[in-house]
Design a protein. Structure first.
Length: 307
C-alpha cells in the first residue's frame, strides 16, 4: 500500500534530525513526506532543506510566522501539507511528529497492518520517553493510538472529517475516538515502539503545569468524573508521588468550575464515557480475581473472554 506523511514542525531543531534519520532509513519509503515549517525561528527549516535537497520524496513547505500559537494552528499546518499531497495516489496518510525516532522497518510494519485488516482505520504503536512506556504506564490501552505517529486509512480519515482544529488540544484523541465511534478499528501494536524525545505536554511548562493541563483536557474532552477519580488515585502512586495526581485533579475541577466549553459532540462524549466505564469494570473485575492488571490489553482481553 502507498502512503504519505505530513509533519507540522515549529522550532524543532533539537530533535528533528533524529526523525529525518529514522525516515531515510525506512525499508518502505512514503510517496511523499511533507514537512510544514510552521513559522520556526530556529534552524528547523534549514535542517529539513538539507535533507529535501538529497531525497526527492521529502518536501519542505514554509508557512509564515504566526502570533497565535495553539493546537488549532498545528491542524492548519497539517492541512497545508495535505493540500500538497492531494494529487498523489495513496491509501494511507500519516501524521508524524518532528521529535521521534524508530526502527528501520517501523512504517513497513504499520502499513502492512492495513493490508491485513480492511476494517482497520487508524494504527500506531506505544511510545517510550525518559523511562516512561505508554503501554505499561498508561490506561489508554491498545485501542488508543498516540498522536506522535498516527497512520490513517485515507477513507477513514475522510469519513471522520480529518483533524478538528481545537485550540485547547486533544486533536489526535478526537480523531481516533471518532473513528472508533464510526465503526472503524483503531489499534496500537505493542511489538514496536517509537521514542519520543520531548516529554508530552511539557513544552515550555513544568511537570505540575502539564498535569494540570491534562486534567483540564480530561474534562473538556468529556471524560467521566468517576474515571477521573480513578486516574487521579493511580497517578498519585506514581513518581513524583502525589504531585501528578493533584495536578490532574486541580485541572479537572478548575475546568468544571469554569464550565469550559467542550469541543466534542454529545454523541462522542457518551461513547467515550461508555468506554471508560467498560474499562473501569474490567479493571475491578481483574483486581477482584487477584490477577495482575494488564494496562494495555485489559479491555480487549476481557471482551475476548466473553465470546
Amino acid at each position: 500500500m502507498k502512503y504519505v506523511l505530513i509533519t507540522p514542525a515549529h522550532n524543532e531543531e533539537r530533535f528533528i534530525s533524529k526523525t529525518l534519520e529514522s525516515m531515510v532509513a525506512q525499508t518502505l519509503l512514503p510517496e511523499r513526506w511533507v514537512i510544514v515549517d510552521d513559522g520556526s525561528t530556529d534552524r528547523t527549516a534549514e535542517i529539513v532543506e538539507s535533507y529535501a535537497n538529497r531525497y526527492p520524496w521529502i518536501e519542505l513547505f514554509r508557512r509564515p510566522r504566526r502570533a497565535d500559537r495553539s493546537f488549532a494552528g498545528k491542524v492548519h499546518a497539517f492541512n497545508a501539507g495535505l493540500e500538497r499531497v492531494c494529487s498523489l495516489q495513496f491509501e494511507v496518510i500519516g501524521n508524524l511528529d518532528a521529535d521521534l525516532s524508530f526502527d528501520a522497518d517501523y512504517l513497513a510494519f504499520l502499513v502492512r497492518k492495513f493490508s491485513e485488516d480492511p476494517k482497520l482505520g487508524v494504527t500506531g504503536t506505544p511510545f517510550i520517553e525518559d523511562g516512561y512506556d505508554s503501554a505499561r504506564d498508561s490506561f489508554e490501552g491498545e485501542n488508543h493510538v498516540a498522536g506522535g505517529c498516527q497512520l490513517f486509512r485515507y477513507r477513514c480519515f475522510q469519513e471522520i472529517g480529518g483533524y478538528v482544529p481545537n485550540r485547547a488540544g486533544g486533536i489526535d484523541w478526537i480523531a481516533v475516538t471518532t473513528a472508533r465511534m464510526k465503526g472503524w478499528k483503531t489499534r496500537s501494536f505493542p511489538e514496536k515502539r517509537f521514542h519520543h524525545y520531548r516529554t508530552l505536554g511539557t513544552a515550555g511548562r513544568s511537570g505540575m503545569a502539564a498535569s494540570f493541563s491534562y486534567g483540564e483536557k480530561d474534562y473538556y474532552l468529556g471524560g467521566s468524573p468517576v474515571w477521573e477519580l480513578f486516574r487521579v488515585a493511580y497517578r498519585m502512586t506514581r513518581r513524583p508521588i502525589l504531585f501528578e495526581g493533584l495536578g490532574l485533579l486541580s485541572g479537572y475541577c478548575w475546568a468544571a468550575l469554569r464550565r469550559m466549553k467542550r469541543p466534542v459532540t454529545p454523541e462522542l462524549m457518551r461513547f467515550h464515557r461508555r468506554e471508560q466505564m467498560k474499562k473501569l469494570r474490567a479493571i475491578f473485575r481483574t483486581l477482584l480475581s487477584f490477577k495482575k492488571v494488564d494496562n494495555f490489553s485489559l479491555v480487549t482481553t476481557e471482551s475476548h473472554t466473553r465470546l
